[in-house]
Design a protein around this ligand. Sequence first.
Ligand code: ZN
Length: 217
Amino acid sequence: MFLGHFAVGLAGKRFAPRASLATLLFAPIFLDLLWPIFLLLGWEHVRVAPGKTAFTGLDFVSYPWSHSLHMTLFWAGLIGMVFRAITRDNRSAIWVGCAVASHWVLDWITHGPDLPVWPGGPRVGLGLWNSVAGTIIVEFLMFFIGLYMYLRVTRPRGSRGRLSLWSMVVTLAFLYFANMRPLPATLSERTIGLMGLLGWMFIPWAWWIDSTRRTVR
Ligand SMILES: [Zn+2]
């Protein structure tokens, strides 16, 4: 899943208004921020396998450290506690921890049975990706709800507050459809890892959005 994780981040402003959007977005996409790093380190593996599911030609051969359920709960607890230690904001810390864990639940719904329950354990996944239409409907519906909730509780500080947010929305939609094109079979694990690192750019971008919009209650 891609847009669905961003939906959780945007919706977070409603539940943890004092946290920066950068934090609120960082939490639900965190596992996908770790993944390219672990690919580049050679700790996890992916390959191109056209038709693996209807929606993606990526075969997630092994990703126990970023995407197993047990490790997800570890990361969720760790990030929630670090956030709590820095901010002393219990409510936001609970949201942030749950948002990290939400990634696994949403990936479990979308992926084929390739998500390990624990490193080396059984692999699960409900396979929404077997339906292109189903995937697009679910992800865009989630994204529109998340965006709507974010718009309800924030207002732009002038034109920069509109530019910062809507440029990200357009970029996400563009990346979503660009990623749907068939992948070249020659695409290496290293290239996939390097491309995956682009996900990190959304953290400073979300920080920019947060600094150009105010929260209203
Ligand atoms: Zn993921």
